[in-house]
Design a protein. Structure first.
Length: 143
């Protein structure tokens, strides 16, 4: 005669249905999010021109960063590399506090790939007041 405990004992099993549901939900999530990311990067943008931009306020008290056509960067009149630029921006932010501002003067032939690290370094230093020097668009260039 068998004991009652052995009569009702069954083999242990794992219910796979919830795991399959989660896997399918993850697949759907990644498909949708990758589709939206592709669509967002292909938005047709027409960047604004500076033909009617009001004149900037005085740059006194702002840190002026110059970017030459060959990619050389100067901050406050002295040449800087990317590592030193971050230190200069942090020192400027510490000195000026919430009023810290940066004025970027860049040659027209400079690629955004050179200017982007400047913006990232300013953001890491906590500086959000950034202006770009632009030249007023002439009427011949506007047409």
């Amino acid at each position: 005669m068998r004991s009652p405990a052995k009569l009702y004992r069954t083999a242990a099993s794992v219910n796979m249905t919830p795991m399959i549901d989660v896997v399918f939900l993850l697949i759907i999530f990644f498909l949708v999010s990758s589709h939206l990311a592709k669509r967002e990067s292909k938005l047709p943008l027409q960047l604004p021109t500076a033909s009617r931009q009001p004149a900037a306020k005085s740059v006194i008290g702002r840190l002026v960063i110059n970017v030459a056509a060959d990619g050389n960067v100067t901050a406050g009149g002295s040449p800087v590399d990317s590592g030193r630029l971050t230190m200069v921006l942090r020192a400027h932010a510490a000195e000026k506090g919430v009023d810290a501002a940066v004025h970027i003067r860049s040659d027209a032939s400079v690629d955004y790939a050179i200017a982007e690290p400047l913006l990232r370094a300013a953001a890491q230093a906590g500086i959000s007041n950034i202006t770009f020097a632009v030249q007023e668009q002439t009427s011949a260039a506007a047409q």
